[in-house]
Design a protein around this ligand. Structure first.
Ligand code: PLP
Length: 391
């Protein structure tokens, strides 16, 4: 199919790209702070944040400067050499992580971080089974997809999962205690289940996961790809539960928009892998490392954890209005539980120039805005929720 060079990008993409994404009805041309500007001139307040990626919003001077200066110095070197910028990124990342997690391994995405965390779990325990939670999402690669709830029944295209997997019903303490035994290498879970609709697990359940894995000699992997990097109002959401995982994965907001991921583990676990066991050409590249440094330094210098908690309080206090019946989640990973389909609410909010997201729960509208969100932005959301017109 021939498409004119000046045709709408949606038409041009459709002509040359696999059509695997349901796309929104606008084309962003530029972005600043918490706003997108579209090809049609619409200025949209972004409560979606590029699916939790734009932690610092758009065009943050610290991130732009850090990436620009690093790209002028040196765009790339692989892990065949040590780099000052990579060492600094790792030091900063372990400094904000739960205190037992003192070693980092850099990758390029959330799924890749989870693949490697699972690999470490198998190598270190020599066991063959992984437990995950119902409604959890961990990525679309072979191993990450295998531990994603319902994937094998829907989009998982591999002939078989690469290892044995079972799913603990979320928040079912008794099931967790009986299923976690000495055949289990690891339990992987999201402290706040993102794609499921910003569903925060009960403290009792998360504590049971930690106690039962310790008792069974199994590892606990916290997937903080979506809920980590300050989004929960803590650096990592697991802190809210007062426990330490054996492995933690991060991505999305980690580089504020530059593709990167990381896994963190403790000293003992780090000794179970050696040269050649793990690897990733682009993992920990200089531009990604510079972005990670800028994100962490800005969360600190602008006190963004406090900002996240203040905005969460405002949203909880004011957004149960219009079609919204309740709020779930933590920090700025929130699910507005609606009395009508979340897709209708999302579409109606877009008419008010506000972008929000949906989730696999049809009644939950998901908010994942930049951590730099301001009070006036919440006020706009509240006013729009009160004035929605449904077709
Ligand atoms: N884990 C969680 C909790 C996620 O939300 C996602 C993506 O949405 C992933 C893993 C996969 O990350 P990526 O798309 O970077 O591979």
């Amino acid at each position: 199919m021939t498409v004119a060079a000046n045709a709408d990008p949606r038409t041009r993409e459709a002509a040359v790209m696999l059509q695997v994404y349901g796309q929104l009805p606008f084309v962003p041309m530029e972005a600043r702070g918490c706003h997108l500007v579209t090809s049609g001139g619409q200025r949209i307040l972004d409560f979606w944040g590029g699916h939790a990626v734009a932690a610092l919003g758009y065009g943050h001077p610290n991130l732009v400067r850090s990436i620009r200066e690093q790209s002028e110095r040196m765009i790339f070197q692989s892990n065949a050499v040590a780099l000052d910028v990579r060492a600094t990124a790792a030091e900063k990342l372990v400094s904000i992580a739960p205190t037992n997690l003192s070693k980092a391994f850099f990758v390029n995405s959330g799924a890749e971080a989870n693949e490697n965390a699972l690999k470490i779990a198998f190598m270190s325990t020599r066991r063959k089974k992984i437990l995950a939670l119902t409604h959890g999402f961990h990525g679309r690669t072979a191993a990450a997809g295998a531990v994603t709830w319902n994937s094998t029944k829907s989009w998982y295209a591999f002939p078989a999962t690469p290892f044995e997997v079972d799913f603990i019903p979320r928040n079912d303490v008794a099931a967790a205690e009986s299923m976690i035994n000495d055949s289990v290498a690891a339990v992987i879970f999201e402290p706040v289940q993102g794609v499921a609709g910003a569903f925060d697990l009960s403290a009792e359940f998360v504590t049971a996961l930690r106690n039962s894995t310790l008792k069974a000699g199994a590892l606990l992997i916290a997937d903080e790809v979506q809920c980590g990097m300050g989004r929960s109002g803590h650096y990592f959401a697991i802190e809210a539960y007062g426990i330490e995982p054996d492995l933690l994965t991060a991505a999305k907001g980690l580089g504020g928009g530059i593709a990167c991921g990381a896994l963190l583990c403790g000293e003992d676990l780090s000794k179970t892998v050696g040269p050649g066991d793990l690897g990733s050409t682009f993992g920990g590249g200089p531009i990604a490392a510079a972005a990670i440094i800028a994100v962490i330094e800005t969360i600190e210098s602008e006190d963004l954890l406090a900002n996240v908690r203040q905005r969460e309080a405002e949203i909880r206090g004011n957004c149960v209005t219009g079609p919204v019946r309740s709020v779930q989640g933590k920090g700025l990973l929130l699910g507005l539980v609606c009395e009508r389909p979340a897709t209708d609410v999302r579409d109606a909010l877009l008419v008010h120039d506000i972008l929000t997201g949906t989730s696999v729960d049809p009644s939950v509208l998901r908010l994942l805005p930049p951590l730099v969100l301001q009070s006036q932005h919440v006020t706009r959301l509240v006013s729009a929720l009160n004035n929605l017109i449904f077709e």
